[in-house]
Write a protein that binds this ligand. Structure first.
Ligand code: NDP
Ligand code: OXD
Length: 314
């Protein structure tokens, strides 16, 4: 019996080595080498090529090596077996750091002071609002969004979240579904996007949505932080919204095309902050240990943890 590692875009070797440690009872085989298809019982994937998991007659489950599963579910030939994703405290903590970092940078006008320092300008205009005067709205109040919301509440921000179904979190106003989206946007100065990429959320961060953000915030114009997925945003709309003042600043960790093409206007835009899809980087040890525990559970007849609803897309 074997565990198939199907990775594109990341270097597979470190994953294969760690899976051999954490799943010693199975042979760990790679998509890049010849392997016996009938022996494959589990697959671990990051962006496997569509069709690569078809024709594995004894496959029992697929493990995403990340929290997101859009890279798995986009495969039209994906076998009808349970799919599990990563839920890991370290991964969540890294995302919380990312969101807090950028909310504080926007609140404290980090870019402006960096520019002033570079130009030797001493301009103390005392124009700093406090966190409690700034309304953060988090789209996606799941594992990552809920943890980020709690950290922002602890810093004093005025926090709300938007999800498919209502969520109850201390000191976080909950908005749910399309019907409550306008009210959520209208009270949001900093929009943080931690949604999964699904057929329903594809392209959701567009001009009409961004025009619904609050216009009376202490930061001047609203700002966007997207660390969910690039497919959620329309980049032409982001640029148009920055140009006409609908948005004051945009922070992006994810892009419609990754790697971001070198000629993208986002690179040099003065009101854009970019990171290379590393808001929360998976720790291979933690994730391979999680896969080991999941396989143990299945072999003992227990249900998978963090199973994805394939029809819903997350
Ligand atoms: P979860 O599945 O725990 O949470 C998803 C949230 O999105 C839930 O609150 C869900 O609502 C909400 N949601 C889904 N569809 C809709 C919809 N149509 N309308 C409104 N709300 C919706 O995911 P995680 O928090 O673990 O991760 C979120 C995403 O973050 C991942 O899918 C991945 O794309 C991204 N990510 C990015 C990383 C990076 O480095 N940039 C690293 C890790 C993850 P409900 O609560 O009602 O189900
Ligand atoms: C993930 C990611 O989904 O790294 O875990 O994007």
């Amino acid at each position: 019996m074997s565990l198939l590692v199907a990775i594109r875009g990341w270097t597979p070797e470190p994953w294969i080595a760690r899976l051999r440690q954490h799943v010693p009872q199975l042979a760990v085989v790679s998509l890049d080498d010849p392997f016996d298809q009938a022996a494959v019982r589990y697959a671990a994937t990051w962006k496997h090529p569509p069709g690569a998991l078809a024709g594995l007659p004894n496959l029992k489950a697929v493990f995403s090596l990340g929290a997101g599963v859009d890279h798995v579910l986009r495969d039209p030939a994906l076998p009808r077996v349970p799919v599990a994703r990563v839920v890991d405290a370290d991964l969540t903590h890294r995302m919380v750091e990312y969101v807090v970092w950028h909310c504080l940078a926007l609140l404290r006008q980090a870019r402006r002071y960096a520019r002033q320092q570079a130009e030797h300008i001493w301009l103390d205009d005392r124009g700093q609002p406090s966190a409690r005067e700034v309304r953060v709205g988090i789209m996606g109040l799941g594992v990552m969004g809920a943890a980020a919301a709690q950290a922002l509440v602890a810093l004093g921000f005025d926090v709300a979240g938007w999800s498919r179904t209502p969520r109850t979190l201390p000191q976080v106003a909950s908005y749910a579904g399309q019907a409550e989206l306008p009210a959520f946007l209208a009270r949001t100065d900093l929009l943080v996007v931690l949604l999964p990429h699904t057929p329903e959320t594809l392209g959701i961060i567009s001009t009409p949505l961004l025009r619904g953000l609050a216009r009376d915030g202490r930061l001047g114009a609203p700002a966007l932080i997207n660390a969910g997925r690039g497919g959620l945003q329309r980049e032409v709309d982001l640029l148009a919204c920055l140009a006409d003042g609908t948005l004051g600043h945009v922070v992006l960790d994810v892009f419609e095309t990754e790697q971001l093409p070198t000629d993208s206007p986002l690179w040099d835009h003065p009101k854009v902050t970019l990171t290379p899809h590393n808001a929360a980087v998976s720790d291979p040890d933690a994730i391979c240990a999680l896969i080991g525990r999941q396989i143990d559970r299945l072999e003992r007849g227990l249900p998978l943890e963090h199973e994805v609803d394939v029809a819903r897309g997350y």
